[in-house]
Design a protein around this ligand. Structure first.
Ligand SMILES: [Zn+2]
Ligand SMILES: [Zn+2]
Length: 275
């Protein structure tokens, strides 16, 4: 389907260690692609907050996003956001960042287990991926139930590497109890989940999470859902959002969410074909 009012709720500028382009260029890319808006959600990896000087990069990201809001006013909805990685592993850093800036939108992520490296750096052919995934969903529950955030990012993130890169097939049904616990915590707290479309441009070949978990979230009573490309370059801004919207719509949702000053605003899903 062709959707109106697409909003990319997960993008990175060069204020992220692995980002390539300026906030201006990311916004220009969104406008060129006909998006209605975007959230700048640069990384803040909480357990490495001091060591990697996220204090500086988060400040720059926030400052540039707020500037862009006024420059693009009336043309593009811009949200000043952050992707808080592992807030449960350094709650002081997480709450410090959130009290310092008046963010519109806060994504929370779990890129590594406590005391371990990013899932990206693990070799799943030499380790026990099923066990790692179990630990991941347990720790994700702690984060979902206990941390301050708006939307939980890429819910089955380790599969990007376990299956997408290392080719190990995992039956997620093994983890449905754990995943349900995560989803229930999100719903009870009035938070949301995202459909992260970066998986479409990686070997995984699907969104994170995939269709079944999005459907389950809807069945359990989930309301707030966003789509995000997780772009780290201008070229990737908006990529896969329409496919993500297909999944959201098929799961039964008729609204997606954007956030202003950390309050969700539901916007109806409109396309060229639906009534
Ligand atoms: Zn992430
Ligand atoms: Zn990201």
């Amino acid at each position: 389907m062709r959707y109106k009012n697409l909003i990319d709720m997960h993008t990175h500028s060069d204020n992220s260690p692995d980002g390539s382009h300026s906030v201006t260029f990311i916004c220009e890319s969104a406008e060129r692609r006909g998006l209605r808006g975007l959230a700048l959600t640069d990384h803040c990896e909480c357990e490495e907050y001091a060591a990697r000087r996220f204090d500086i990069s988060v400040r720059n990201s926030y400052f540039e996003s707020v500037k862009a809001q006024s420059i693009y006013s009336g043309r593009l909805i811009i949200m000043a956001g952050v992707e808080l990685g592992q807030p449960s592993q350094n709650p002081e850093a997480a709450s410090g960042v959130l009290s310092q800036y008046d963010f519109d939108f806060v994504l929370a992520s779990l890129h590594n287990l406590a005391g371990q490296k990013d899932f990206y750096y693990m070799d799943y052919k030499k380790s026990e991926p099923r066990e790692i995934l179990g630990l991941y969903f347990s720790e994700l529950y702690e984060l979902a139930a206990g941390c301050d955030y708006d939307v939980l990012a890429h819910l089955d993130y380790p599969l990007r590497y376990i299956t997408g890169r290392d080719g190990i097939q995992v039956d997620l049904r093994e983890y449905y109890d754990k995943i349900d616990r995560v989803l229930r915590a999100v719903i009870e707290r009035g938070k949301g989940i995202e459909v992260n479309t970066s998986g479409y441009r990686h070997p995984l070949g699907r969104s994170m999470p995939g269709e079944e978990i999005v459907r389950r979230y809807h069945e359990l009573g989930g309301v707030y859902i966003t789509t995000g490309s997780d772009a780290h370059t201008g070229a990737d801004v908006g990529r896969g959002l329409a496919a993500g919207m297909d999944i959201i719509y098929a799961a039964g949702f008729r609204h997606t969410a954007l956030y202003k000053k950390r309050s969700p605003i539901l916007i109806p899903i409109e396309s060229d074909t639906n009534p």
